[in-house]
Design a protein around this ligand. Structure first.
Ligand SMILES: *Cc1c(COP(=O)(O)O)cnc(C)c1O
Length: 405
């Protein structure tokens, strides 16, 4: 028998691969937008597990769905289908442009499926020459080798040997840069409606409309990566609905499971037909536990009260951030939509987003960064006004700490 393990932050450095640098505290409990660490210290959560905990921590609807399903059936693999997966797929199809759904376990996997499908569709319908994928500088699509190569940060894909080919990068919000690259060889344009990891940069309506037109003109597929923007985060079920621009393939994860790992790729019947039996798959994808939780998340989020609440919360966030900025002059702008907001540091504080993030944690607030120049907020969609105002008091203390240092 081994003695009981002492779980401390030092144990992380001892036993974990060093690809992360987590904060010093270790959270042990969460409720709504509040989290408590091993010492019992309380934090307000404006990070939401990076835009994942869409209904906060331990929302009763999700806890109930998980516990109910846990007593019934956990896993089958895809040699059998299951009720929660079919119900979730039906709801996604009913509420979006899509007619078919593929389930997986993460955003990267949803994008991997999307990119493989786009390539296979182009091969089947146009021939081998049509294989180029155009994506954007600063974009983020996951960490598998294909998705990280399509992503627009070479530092994430360099250093692992030869990369998947036929991937081109244009400038976000610059249609001319896309026109310079697009051709009959293009099979897909891949875009986040709001670039998340890249710095909370909203796509312009004309830009996204223009991408749709270019895809139609060159018979390429428009793939929207809504892993971060999806499932209510911008006040619509999916962000494309804000623009009136319909993709051919959409990927979803993060908020979809509200904290339980699940991903989905949505598309039309005609395009889906090219993923024939045996062409792609996942052992866990669409498992009953994940789909039961995601179904409860969709049911709870896709209501006028919650979606309108997201926009109301955005207003409170913006007012509070403006008030803080009026006092301390740290931001040049606040951008993004709904509960996906980025406070952009001005010249004086450029490059110091991590300082604000660390000071916030010291003051009892979880925030996020998006690159070195943006402090990002991606809290629960149903965060209460009281939680927002308390979190903002702590954020102000963090801003004061950084600016007075
Ligand atoms: C987080 C994210 C991904 C990757 O999702 P994982 O679940 O970490 O694989 C892909 N695309 C976007 C836009 C994201 O924000």
């Amino acid at each position: 028998m081994t003695a009981d393990i002492q779980v401390t932050r030092a144990l992380f450095d001892e036993v974990m691969v060093p690809n992360y640098a987590p904060a010093k505290l270790i959270p042990v409990k969460g409720q709504g937008a509040r989290v408590w660490d091993q010492e019992g210290r309380e934090y307000i959560d404006f990070a939401g597990g990076i835009a994942v905990s869409s209904l906060g921590h331990c929302h009763p609807a999700l806890v109930n769905a998980l516990k109910t399903q846990a007593d019934k059936l956990w896993h089958l693999s895809n040699v059998l289908t299951n009720e929660p997966a079919l119900r979730l797929a039906k709801k996604l199809v009913d509420q979006t442009f899509a007619e078919k759904v593929y389930f997986c376990n993460s955003g990267a996997e949803a994008n991997e499926a999307a990119f493989k499908l786009a390539r296979r569709w182009a091969l089947d319908t146009h021939g081998e020459h049509k294989n180029e994928i155009i994506s954007f500088a600063k974009s983020f699509h996951g960490r598998t080798f294909f998705t990280v190569t399509v992503g627009g940060q070479a530092s994430y894909s360099d250093g692992f040997g030869p990369k998947p080919g036929a991937v081109l990068h244009a400038e976000f919000n610059n249609l001319d840069s896309v026109k310079a690259l697009i051709s009959d060889k293009t099979c897909a344009i891949v875009v986040e409606p709001i670039q998340g990891e890249g710095g909370i940069i909203p796509g312009d309506a004309e830009f996204l409309t223009g991408l749709r037109q270019l895809c139609d003109q060159y018979k390429a597929l428009l793939v929207m990566d809504e892993v971060q923007t999806g499932v209510g985060r911008t006040g619509k079920l999916y962000a494309y609905m804000n623009y009136g621009v319909t993709p051919d393939i959409l990927t979803s994860a993060k908020s979809l499971g509200g904290g339980f790992p699940v991903g989905a790729m949505l598309t039309t019947t005609a395009i889906a037909a090219h993923l024939k039996v045996g062409t792609h798959g996942s052992t866990y994808g669409g498992n009953p536990l994940a789909c039961a939780v995601a179904e409860a998340a969709i049911d709870t989020i896709n209501t006028p009260e919650v979606l309108n609440g997201v926009l109301k919360n955005e207003q409170i966030f913006r007012e509070c951030l403006q008030a803080i900025n009026a006092k301390y002059q740290v931001f040049s702008e606040v951008r993004g939509k709904g509960m996906l907001l980025g406070a952009v540091l001005n010249e004086k504080y450029k490059g110091r987003s991590r300082d604000f993030f660390l000071a916030a944690a010291e003051q009892g607030l979880f925030a996020l960064v998006a690159g070195t120049d943006v402090v990002r907020f991606a809290p629960s969609l149903v965060i209460t006004e009281e939680e927002i105002r308390e979190g903002m008091r702590r954020f102000e203390a963090a801003v004061q700490q950084v600016t007075s240092a």
